[in-house]
Design a protein around this ligand. Structure first.
Ligand code: GAL
Length: 391
């Protein structure tokens, strides 16, 4: 079932990507790649507004396509927009959806703190809101669907601990840290999950952050931008490693930042252990899967966004049906993947927790890539032997 779903959704992705044409290549001239219209919706079908942050980060193209395909196949009319990582554009996209009379909003926020006005407008219009993947800090949000973001970081940190064998080795080992976008509510969860694994070894001196840069705001990467991550890594290498000091691990919170760090290491690092540096990531971006196969990146945390779209669709159906929503959405489902119902971890304001459905992330390395990504139908192996998104 999952393989068929992944393949059919991936085919939709490649078709709709052609339609969207990437950030700015708008099919509607709105400055955001957007598709609207009913697809297979019957006249008078309920309408879903799907607001994605950007197409410049690979995963969101998949999210947008999977969500659009799922809702259309279920008979809904959809409005899908990508906001080019510009919050003003995203506000405009959502206001257009409200004006167009959508029955429900699915939003992945560029900045979880910057949508209050339009979230309040949606609340006043009685439009339910699903915060998709990234929490929005507004109490009008009805539900949150994501992966367990803290666990994403835990998997990254634990991978470094295990691979360096910190429990048994004397060290010290040198490490550097690259976190995500401070405007993204997920980024601190990723970072904290990893640091809760690494901090005990930093405290005992077995792990040494040579640059001394350990607080989130210092190591964060605006917009998850690859170039920004690369330039900061180049500065660190020039300032602290030019004398031959070796770096043994580099924590990166996702693949787009990991790509920048690996580029810096490939171009600016003179250490003899270049091919052994442990570098983490998240998302299974195609360029990073190649780096993992080539031994340049060590691992990525994979999140099956096709499944995130399935949960979002079933949740939306339940909301629009007026069903009571709790863990029975999971227990009564036919989902063939794990998901948990959480009412304590994600507050949208002080003391106001957002009921959340959290899927389970997975560690992918060169050793299990075939099983986790190809055998599941999410990716295929190209003629060059490297993985490409299926479809
Ligand atoms: C996060 C998302 C991650 C990461 C990043 C860049 O919010 O959960 O998958 O890749 O954005 O898109």
């Amino acid at each position: 079932m999952k393989k068929f779903l992944a393949l059919s959704l991936a085919l939709a992705m490649s078709l709709s990507l052609a339609a969207c044409g990437g950030d700015g290549g708008s099919s509607s001239g709105s400055g955001s790649g957007s598709t609207s219209g009913s697809g297979s919706a019957a006249d008078g079908a309920q309408k879903i507004g799907i607001s994605m942050p950007t197409q410049s980060l690979e995963r969101w193209n998949r999210d947008g396509s999977y969500l659009d395909e799922q809702f259309k196949a279920a008979g809904y009319e959809t409005m899908l927009t990508f906001a080019n990582n510009e919050t003003d554009q995203q506000v405009n996209d959502i206001q257009n959806m409200i004006a167009d009379g959508v029955d429900l909003l699915v939003i992945s926020a560029i900045d979880g703190e910057a949508l209050n006005t339009v979230m309040n407008e949606a609340g006043e219009a009685g439009i339910p809101i699903i915060a998709y993947d990234r929490l929005i800090m507004n109490d009008n949000v009805s539900y949150y669907v994501s992966f367990d973001n803290y666990t994403v970081g835990t998997l990254q940190g634990q991978y470094i601990v295990d691979t360096l064998d910190l429990e048994n080795q004397a060290g010290p080992f040198n490490i550097e840290l690259t976190a995500g976008d401070p405007a993204d509510n997920n980024a601190p969860y990723f970072f904290q999950g990893a640091m809760d694994q690494l901090q005990p070894y930093i405290d005992e001196g077995k792990l040494v952050v040579v640059s001394g840069q350990t607080d989130f705001d210092t190591v964060a990467t605006a917009a998850w931008d690859t170039q920004t991550a690369m330039e900061r890594a180049q500065n660190i290498l020039a300032s602290y490693y030019a004398d031959g000091t070796e770096v043994d691990a580099w924590l990166c919170s996702n693949d787009s930042t990991s790509l920048g760090v690996t580029q810096a290491i490939q171009s600016d690092y003179a250490g003899a252990n270049k091919s052994e540096i442990i570098i983490t990531g998240q998302d299974g971006d195609v360029a990073n899967l190649k780096n993992i196969q080539d031994g340049i990146q060590s691992m990525t945390v994979y999140k099956a966004v096709a499944n995130e779209a399935v949960v979002t669709l079933d949740l939306a159906k339940a909301i629009l049906n007026g069903d009571t929503i709790d863990e029975t959405l999971i227990t009564n489902s036919a989902w063939d993947f794990d998901c948990s119902y959480d009412t304590e971890s994600y507050p949208t304001s002080e003391g106001h927790n957002c009921p959340s459905f959290l899927l389970v992330p997975d560690v992918v390395t060169a050793d299990n890539m075939q099983e986790k990504l190809v055998d599941t139908g999410y990716y295929t192996v190209g003629d060059d032997g490297y993985l490409v998104a299926a479809g």
